[in-house]
Design a protein around this ligand. Structure first.
Ligand code: FEO
Length: 575
């Protein structure tokens, strides 16, 4: 059943579907959710999934985003008299799933809220009213009757510190909320179309789960003990059923790969404070793009042993400034003291503001860390205005810089080990010289490219290989547009030099370069020999590059007689 929303700026619909015995999902379909920050680039909207399980007692697992208030509550009331709901299970307290708990509790004041200890504490701030509560932890069960015994599984950091999974052995459904999800809005309740889902599934993993790869593996170990999982009921995107083994296998493989890196950066933050969550995720995403591992810990809920152990393993320690007063300030102060006691002068550090209005002073902590002779990885990120896409881009690029500087020594060692003849032979593959330029809203980027090859006639298309740690990679997701500027032999050195420069995170790549906008909004370089307007249609993941296939919409040559600049290399195992 599909209930359409009244016409609003963004298309919101609700889907209700029976998914197993006594079990119904209410999926809030947010069709037009554009990327609200740099981490979500695929623009296929998203869904917020909620579940109703009716044994002799009734449990509601998660709710929805506040933007669905009327639609969701109408759908819920159409299914059940809220006065009959006995339990509201909270997988974690992020507002896209818990945003309507207060409203549901207003209709169902008798319901007991079930969640992890930290979640129940966080929820007090969201609900601002007393409520019945049941604190649960891994291995504990809740019998709804009629065979529906819910078992809870701790899954901290997936992707909030308070996350729990819930398993109903009768139906074989594991409710995981963010884990195994995807920002992918389609009518299909289940994962019928693996090919369509795969890019978003991967991208979501990279952005939200990769910085917590070890936590993914720990949670999956606990999942392995549950018998008879046949469906994963996610909080975003389709439910995983048809491709359960394949998609959980991917999580396991990717998380193992991420955890293999010996080089680790610890990112400390406070998950529900200011913009700390998104800012720290953007930094962490940048670091993981370089192959360096990240572990994120919430300063408010971490115990001293955990902090100590993580700092001991990390090559870099980054801290999102916590609040200096208010709820949890005592815990964050204690965690900061533990960090300061555990760091060593071999480590890098970096600080960024959380834009919460009451951040700990950045300079005081900076001085303390410098007195301990840690090297600053970057100038502190000070955020003076409400974080925007440009802020997240700056944070991601800062993360890339940190990762690259830590990965550098290892990379050089690896490069030297390659057979000299082979690397020279590979270097004889030559190619043209190009500048890719992209503009999306207030974000812009550019990169010198040479691994480009025409790949199809109908449509006219070519591929470009983009290293995973390139800043512009975030602007080359499926559906994104850009311009390929083709450089002219004899007139390419200035442009090449300019775009080969190492740009500081967030720096304007086009300062001092003559450009004009293409129809798709990306810059055309005035001194290019030719340009093509392109749209990304698919991407293939390789070990250290993305192979991006693009269709060409339009293009022009400025001089008919001139030739394309060609890149002749000495070796083929690095740029
Ligand atoms: Fe989808 Fe962590 O909220």
């Amino acid at each position: 059943m599909v209930v359409a929303a009244p016409k609003t700026e963004n298309r919101l619909t609700t889907q209700i579907a029976a998914i197993a015995a006594d079990t119904t999902t209410i999926r809030s379909l947010d069709w037009d959710r554009d990327r609200f920050d740099i981490e979500f680039g695929l623009q296929n909207g998203t869904t917020y999934n909620s579940y109703l399980i009716r044994g002799e007692k009734v449990a509601l697992v998660d709710t929805s985003h506040a933007k669905f208030r009327q639609l969701y509550l109408d759908a819920l009331r159409g299914l059940i008299d809220p006065a009959e709901i006995d339990y509201i299970v909270i997988s974690h307290t992020e507002p896209d799933h818990s945003g309507l708990v207060k409203d549901v509790l207003a209709l169902a004041p008798q319901a007991t809220v079930v969640g992890a200890k930290v979640a129940l504490n966080f929820l007090e701030d969201l609900v601002h009213q007393p409520f019945e509560r049941l604190q649960v932890k891994s291995g504990e069960t809740l019998d709804l009757g009629n065979g529906h015994v819910l078992e809870f599984v701790n899954a901290p950091n997936l992707h909030w510190p308070d996350t729990i999974f819930t398993f109903d052995a009768k139906t074989g459904i594991l409710y995981t909320c963010d884990a195994f999800g995807a920002h992918f809005c389609k009518e299909d309740t289940f994962d019928e179309d693996l090919e369509a889902l795969s890019p978003d599934f991967r991208f979501y993993y990279e952005c939200l789960m990769a910085p917590n790869a070890r936590s993914v593996l720990s949670a999956m170990k606990r999942m392995d003990k549950l018998e008879g999982i046949n469906t994963i009921a996610t909080g975003h995107g389709p439910l995983i059923h048809h491709h359960l083994e394949e998609l959980t296998g991917r999580y396991r493989r990717w998380s193992n790969e991420k955890s293999e890196s010996e080089t680790l950066v610890a990112v400390f933050y406070v998950s529900d404070y200011g913009y700390s969550d998104r800012i720290s995720q953007a930094v962490a995403h940048g670091i993981t793009k370089t192959g360096v591992a990240v572990e994120m810990i919430d300063l408010r809920s971490a115990d001293a042993h955990e902090v100590n152990e993580l700092v001991g393993r990390a090559k870099g320690v980054l801290i999102g400034m916590p609040p200096s007063s208010g709820r949890g300030a005592k815990e964050t102060q204690a965690a900061l003291s533990t960090i300061l006691a555990a760091v060593s002068d071999k480590q890098m550090f970096g600080l960024f503001e959380s834009y919460g209005g009451d951040d700990e002073p950045i300079d005081t902590l900076q001085t303390k860390l410098q007195d301990l002779e840690l090297k600053p990885a970057f100038d502190p990120i000070r955020i003076k205005d409400t974080p925007s896409e440009a802020t997240y881009q700056l944070c991601e690029e800062t993360g890339v810089d940190v990762g690259q500087s830590l990965a550098q020594a290892k990379k050089i060692k690896k490069l030297k080990s390659l057979d000299a003849d082979l690397q020279k032979a590979l270097g004889r593959i030559s190619s043209g010289l190009y500048i890719i330029t992209a503009q999306k809203g207030e974000l812009s980027s550019a990169m010198l490219a040479s691994w480009i090859s025409q790949a199809s006639f109908k449509p006219l298309g070519f591929t470009v290989a983009v290293a995973k740690d390139r800043a512009i990679e975030s602007l080359m997701q499926v559906g994104d547009t850009f311009v390929l500027n083709i450089l002219e032999e004899g007139n390419h050195l200035d442009l090449m030099k300019h775009f080969l420069k190492r740009f500081a995170p967030g720096a304007d790549r086009f300062a001092g370069v003559r450009t004009r906008p293409a129809t798709n909004g990306s810059p055309i370089l005035a001194d290019a020999l030719a340009y093509l307007e392109c749209k990304v249609t698919s991407r293939m993941e390789l070990s250290d590059h993305w192979l991006v296939y693009c269709a060409v919409d339009d293009g022009k040559v400025s001089k008919d007689e001139a030739l394309t600049a060609v890149h002749h290399r000495k070796v083929g195992n690095y740029y």
